[in-house]
Design a protein around this ligand. Sequence first.
Ligand code: ZN
Length: 469
Amino acid sequence: MAENTHIALPLKYRPMTFEDVVGQEHVVRTLRHAIEAKRIANAYLFIGPRGIGKTTLSRIFAKALNCLSPNGVEPCGKCLNCTEIAAGRSLDVTELDAASHNKVEDVKPIIDAAPFKPAASPYKIFIIDECHMLSNAAWNALLKTLEEPPPHVRFIFATTEGDKVLPTIISRCQRFDLRRIQTNDIVARLQHVCRAEGVKAEDDALLAIARGAEGGMRDALSSLDQLISFKGDTVTEDDALGVFGLVSRSALENLAGAILNGDVAGILKSIEMFDSAGKNMRRLSGELLTHFRNLVVVQALGTESKSIAATPDQIKVLAEQSKGIDPGRVFRICDQLAEMEDKLRYVLSVRTLIEMTLIRASRIATTATVEELMKAVRQLKESGGANEDVPAPAFAAQRPVPRRQPAPPDATPPPAPQHPRPEPSPADPPAPARGKAFASRSELLDDPKLNAILAAVPGASVTDIKERN
Ligand SMILES: [Zn+2]
């Protein structure tokens, strides 16, 4: 019996009101204001990737405009107009799928019907989906009606490819760019659906589904539907990971941890494991970049920041991992990973590239930079732990123009203003009064005092500095 009455989840849980729409607050707010203020534009254009609610939003908007007993700005969902629009048989709301109907004769009925007043509604509304597929001839035929629409006519266009819509059309529409829905918003919606359906699903299973759906609510609900039919009413993370070839949340976080700890063996073992399990390595690299990007955000703005789309479990790990490492280093790891994303597009050996990049990233995580060393030396001086023999000024004087770019300004610790460092030019004589002068760089790097200071800086090693500079 249940099989006969089964309604696909994306359909069953399709939002019916503006309130229900997830992740498109910026669009919903404007549309609600427009209805409130009775300032309805002649044409609207919704642009965004598939499965994020363009058609749904078009229908809700159409219902809100034609509802006979609206709830404020929300459609009631019960009146004749609302039910007919929902069932796709309203006389006053015409939907055209331009993906399959893109010729002049397909838009002809719209042009012909437009002058006639709506039958039983305030507006005659034409919704044209995938409008970028309309032929040029069809657009030209429609243009006249679009330029001077009868007062009761409204157009709603939706498309996945906004840049293919002609500028003359865009300029006649109010344009809205819908965004991919954030992972945690999708997870929250999936949790709601599971509760309503009596399905037990691990939070990490829902997270995996949301990750796999890449911002599309419809895909996420379809996948959940598929998993439920496959697994019954208990869905585990492993089930969901299998469908998408994704790496589990904890495995991804452990890999990030291995990078942060400079654990090369751990990195190589993880990659080996993922590769032999047939995981999607390109996705892995993208998700790793997102993880480190989130670390940067947590370090700068804290865990409450709205810029992080993460579940509470993920945030806990981010908070933990962000503690032990300098923001400048995390930023440089992000740089490495972003570069890897770029290279992945044309490289043949994906695995090798990922391994090498992650090892390099782990070295960044654990090797002190010259900037950090200088800071440590300055702090040591300020605390009275070192005397005039501390080689900092001489070291600085030796390398007036660092070859390596220092960390970006937002990630560099602020310089101590009360102790301005001399800014010598290469022509300047070595500052004799400020400290012991070194005959050569290697003499400086071999200095026992410097090495004693470095021993106190985590990750600092003269060998590394010698190698890298
Ligand atoms: Zn209604």
